[in-house]
Design a protein around this ligand. Structure first.
Ligand SMILES: Cc1cc2nc3c(=O)[nH]c(=O)nc-3n(C[C@H](O)[C@H](O)[C@H](O)COP(=O)(O)OP(=O)(O)OC[C@H]3O[C@@H](n4cnc5c(N)ncnc54)[C@H](O)[C@@H]3O)c2cc1C
Ligand SMILES: C[S@@+](CC[C@H](N)C(=O)[O-])C[C@H]1O[C@@H](n2cnc3c(N)ncnc32)[C@H](O)[C@@H]1O
Length: 646
C-alpha cells in the first residue's frame, strides 16, 4: 500500500437544507435533494436485488458499497432489515469510503430524518474513530455487521477478502470522481463477488458501463428516479473471472475449518487481557467458553491497577504503527460497548508538533497541540484487572480456576490436562499464556505447536505513589518514555499515582525492584508535579512480565507444525514457483493470541476480534497485508526464506 499519501481525510458537510448534504470537494449532493430516501431505495436497495433477497432468502445477506458517504444507503438497508428480516437472517455490509464524514455533521443530518431514528441511531452510536483501514461494527446484537473500510476503495478492496451478493456503486458523478468507477476497482469488485452477484448504480455513463462490463457483469439500463433519465443494474454473468489472492498460500486461510457453536466448548488457557478478550468475543457469537487460569481474571501481568490505552506515534508508517492504529479504534469501541470505567486524556510532554504520520493516521480532532505537549484526547487509562473481569462477565463463559499442565489432541477435539482433577474436553483450544509460560518457574505447560515460536519475557515494574500537594491536581496522564497517572481511586481502587514502567530484557538482579523503583522516581522528576517525590516515602512496587516476539507484534491466529511447514515450502523457497503452493497446514483447532508486549490493552481488543473471526470463518477486520506480520507461523516462514537457505 502507498504509505506516504494520507489515506483518509475527514470531511465536513455543507447543507443545501437540513435534509440535503452537499460535498464542497466534489461539488455534488450526497443524494437527491428531491427525495433521497425513495431514490436510494429504488436505485440501490431494489436495483441490487437486496429487497428481493431479503424477502426470499432466509440466510446471511451480503451487501457491498463503494462510497459510504453519509451512510444513507446503509441506514435504509438496515432499516428494512430491522423491520422485515426473518429470525435467523443476518446482514453483512462491506462499505468503502475515502472521505469519511465528521460525526457531528451526521448527527445534524439525521436529526432531520426522524423517520430513520432507530437505524441512524445505531450507526451514530457506533461510529468509529476515523482512522484509515477496516472498522468492524456489530449492531442489533450481532445480527448485523458493518465493515467500514476507510481509504481509497480500490486499495482497500485489494487488501480484503469477503463475498458480496448485492453491490451499491455510489461514487459522486463519474466526471467529478473517476476513481470511484475505475476499471481496476471493478476487477476487485468481481473478485469479491458471489457467483451471479448483482449491482446497481445511479450513473449510466458509457465508460462506467464499459468498466463494469469488462469485469464480467452484464448491464441492464432502467428508468432513472425522478428527473433522471436512466440508471443501471448489473449481474455477474458467470463465475467471478479474476481470482486474485490477497494472501500468499502460507498465510492463506483455506485449511482453516470454521467452528460452529454446536461443535462443543472452546477452551481458553489464561485469563489475562488476551484470554478474557477472546472469551468475550466467542461468547458474544454464541459459543460456550471455558477459560482456565488458577488465579482468575487479570491477576498476573494484566493485574496492574491502571494501564494506558495510547496511540503509537512513529516517524514513518510501519506494520506496528498500522496495527496500533487499528487497535486503538477497536479498543475505543469495546470501551464504549462494555462500559468500562476509564479516564480520558494523555499529554505527550515530549512532543511539540504532530508530524505527518500522526496527521495522516488520526483525525485532527483526536489530538490538540498545547504549550506543554500534544494532548491525545481519545486516549487514557483503564484498570486492566477490572477490564478482564468485565470481559468474562457473560453467561456463555465459565471460569475454571485450574493450572493447565498439557494439551492433548484427541483427533476430533482436545483434552486439557490440569494439575488437579479430571481433564477438560473441548472442541478447540486457544492458548493465551502470556510471559509466565516462558519463565522457568513454575513449570510451564506443554503446548506443542507454540513451544518452537521464538518469544521472550521482559520484566516491567510500576510504582504507586501517594499524592503530593504538587501532584494531586494532575488531570491527565503524562507520557514521555515513562508515564505518570492522575490519582483515580474510583478506577484504580488506590489513592495513588501510578508511575511506570521499566523495561528489562536483560539479567534480573537480586535488588532489581529497588533499582527500578529509584529509576522511576528519578525519571518522573522531569515533571514538576513529581520533582519533589520523596524516595523514602511509602511507595509500593508491582512487577509483571510482558511477552514479546522478535518483531514486537503479537501472534494471532492458527498454530502450525513447523516440521510440516518446512516440508511443504522448504524447496519452493529455494527457487521453486511459490504461487501454486498449497495453503499452510494449520494444526486443526489450535489457536493463539499472545505476545501482546507493552500494549496488552489495545492489542487484546483487536487481536481477539481477529482471532474470533478467524476461528469462525468470518471476514478478518484488518488490511490483509498485515496478516504476514501477525500470523503465528511467520517466524517459521521467515526462517525458511532466510538468505543462505533460500
Ligand atoms: C509494568 C508493566 C506495565 C504495563 N503497562 C501497560 C499499559 O499501560 N498499557 C498496556 O496496554 N499494556 C501494558 N503492559 C502490558 C500488558 O500488561 C501485557 O501486554 C498484558 O498484560 C499481557 O496479557 P496476557 O493475557 O497476554 O498475559 P498475562 O496477563 O500474563 O496472562 C496470562 C495468564 O495465563 C495464566 N497462566 C499461566 N500459566 C498457566 C497455566 N499453566 N494454566 C492456566 N493458566 C495459566 C496466568 O495466571 C495469567 O493470568 C504493561 C506491562 C507491564 C509488565
Ligand atoms: C454520492 S456519495 C455516497 C453516498 C452514500 N452512498 C450514502 O448513502 O450516503 C459518494 C461517496 O464516494 C466517496 N468516494 C469518492 N471517491 C472514493 C474512492 N476513491 N474510494 C472510496 N470512496 C470514495 C465520496 O467521499 C463520497 O462519500
Amino acid at each position: 500500500m502507498n504509505e506516504s499519501a494520507p489515506a483518509v481525510e475527514v470531511v465536513r458537510l455543507e447543507f443545501r437544507d437540513e435534509r440535503t448534504p452537499y460535498s464542497g470537494r466534489f461539488h455534488d449532493v450526497y443524494f437527491s435533494a428531491l427525495d433521497g430516501i425513495s431514490e436510494s431505495r429504488y436505485v440501490y436497495l431494489d436495483g441490487s436485488g437486496y429487497l428481493a433477497a431479503l424477502a426470499r432468502e432466509n440466510r446471511r445477506i451480503e451487501v457491498g458499497e463503494i462510497g459510504f458517504g453519509v451512510g444513507l444507503n446503509f441506514i435504509l438497508t438496515l432499516d428494512v432489515f430491522l423491520k422485515e428480516a426473518k429470525p435467523g437472517q443476518t446482514l453483512h455490509y462491506h462499505a468503502f469510503e475515502r472521505y469519511p464524514v465528521h460525526l457531528d455533521d451526521l448527527k445534524r443530518l439525521y436529526a432531520a430524518y426522524p423517520e430513520l431514528a432507530e437505524a441512524s441511531g445505531m450507526l451514530l452510536d457506533h461510529y468509529p474513530l476515523l482512522t484509515p483501514g477496516v472498522h468492524s461494527l456489530r449492531l442489533a446484537g450481532g445480527r448485523v455487521r458493518l465493515w467500514l473500510s476507510l481509504g481509497d476503495a480500490k486499495e482497500q478492496m485489494s487488501l480484503s477478502d469477503f463475498r458480496v451478493a448485492h453491490w451499491y456503486w455510489d461514487g459522486f458523478a463519474p466526471r467529478q470522481n473517476p476513481d470511484a468507477f475505475d476499471p481496476g476497482l471493478f476487477r476487485e469488485v468481481s473478485r469479491l463477488s458471489r457467483p451471479r452477484a448483482k449491482g446497481a448504480s445511479f450513473t449510466s455513463a458509457g465508460w462506467v458501463r464499459r468498466a463494469i462490463e469488462a469485469s464480467g457483469f452484464r448491464i441492464e439500463k432502467r428508468p432513472g428516479f425522478g428527473k433522471k433519465r436512466e440508471c443501471i443494474r448489473a449481474e455477474l454473468d458467470s463465475e467471478p473471472p479474476h481470482q486474485l489472492q490477497p494472501l500468499p498460500p502460507w498465510f492463506s486461510n483455506e485449511r482453516v475449518i470454521p467452528i460452529s457453536p454446536q461443535s462443543g466448548p472452546v477452551g481458553i488457557i489464561g485469563a489475562g487481557l488476551a484470554g478474557t478478550a477472546v472469551a468475550r468475543r466467542l461468547a458474544e457469537s454464541g459459543y460456550e467458553v471455558l477459560i482456565l487460569d488458577p488465579e482468575g481474571p487479570g491477576q498476573r501481568t494484566s493485574g496492574n491497577p491502571l494501564g494506558l490505552y495510547n496511540l503509537q506515534i512513529s516517524k514513518k508508517p510501519n506494520p506496528i504503527s498500522r496495527f496500533a492504529q487499528a487497535a486503538i479504534a477497536e479498543f475505543l469501541r469495546e470501551l464504549q460497548e462494555l462500559q468500562v470505567p476509564h479516564h480520558t486524556g494523555i499529554l505527550r510532554t515530549d512532543l511539540r508538533e504532530a508530524g505527518p504520520l500522526m496527521e495522516s493516521a488520526y483525525p485532527e480532532d483526536s489530538y490538540e497541540i498545547t504549550s506543554r505537549g500534544i494532548r491525545l484526547k481519545v486516549c487514557g487509562v483503564v484498570n486492566p484487572k477490572e477490564l478482564c473481569r468485565i470481559r468474562i462477565d457473560h453467561p456463555g463463559i465459565r471460569l475454571i480456576r485450574k493450572r493447565v499442565t498439557s494439551v492433548e489432541s484427541t483427533g476430533n477435539g482436545f483434552r486439557i490436562h490440569v494439575q488437579e482433577g479430571p481433564p477438560i474436553e473441548c472442541a478447540q483450544v486457544v492458548t493465551t499464556l502470556g510471559a509466565e509460560y516462558r519463565l522457568p518457574d513454575p513449570q510451564p505447560p506443554v503446548i506443542p505447536h507454540l513451544d518452537p515460536i521464538p518469544m521472550r519475557p521482559i520484566r516491567g515494574q510500576i510504582i504507586l505513589v501517594p499524592p503530593m500537594e504538587t501532584s494531586r491536581g494532575l488531570q491527565e496522564t503524562l507520557v514521555e518514555e515513562g508515564y505518570a497517572s492522575p490519582v483515580l481511586p474510583e478506577i484504580s481502587g488506590v489513592d495513588a499515582h501510578l508511575i511506570g514502567a521499566t523495561y528489562q530484557a536483560k539479567t534480573v538482579l537480586p535488588d532489581q525492584e529497588e533499582i527500578d523503583r529509584d529509576l522511576l522516581i528519578r525519571e518522573s522528576a522531569k515533571w514538576p508535579e513529581f520533582s519533589g517525590l520523596n524516595p523514602s516515602g511509602s511507595i509500593q512496587s508491582r512487577v509483571g512480565w510482558r511477552l514479546s516476539s522478535p518483531d514486537k507484534l503479537p501472534l494471532i491466529g492458527p498454530l502450525c507444525d513447523p516440521v510440516l511447514v518446512a516440508g511443504l515450502y522448504g524447496n519452493a523457497f529455494r527457487g521453486g514457483p511459490v504461487k501454486t503452493l498449497p495453503p499452510i497446514p494449520v494444526a486443526p483447532g489450535e489457536w493463539t493470541l499472545t505476545a501482546l508486549g507493552s500494549r496488552g490493552i489495545t492489542f487484546s481488543a483487536i487481536g481477539s476480534l481477529l482471532l474470533a473471526d478467524w476461528m469462525t470463518g468470518e471476514r478478518l477486520s484488518i488490511e490483509l497485508d498485515l496478516i504476514e506480520h501477525l500470523h503465528p507461523a511467520r517466524f517459521f516462514i521467515r526462517k525458511l526464506k532466510r538468505p543462505g537457505i533460500s
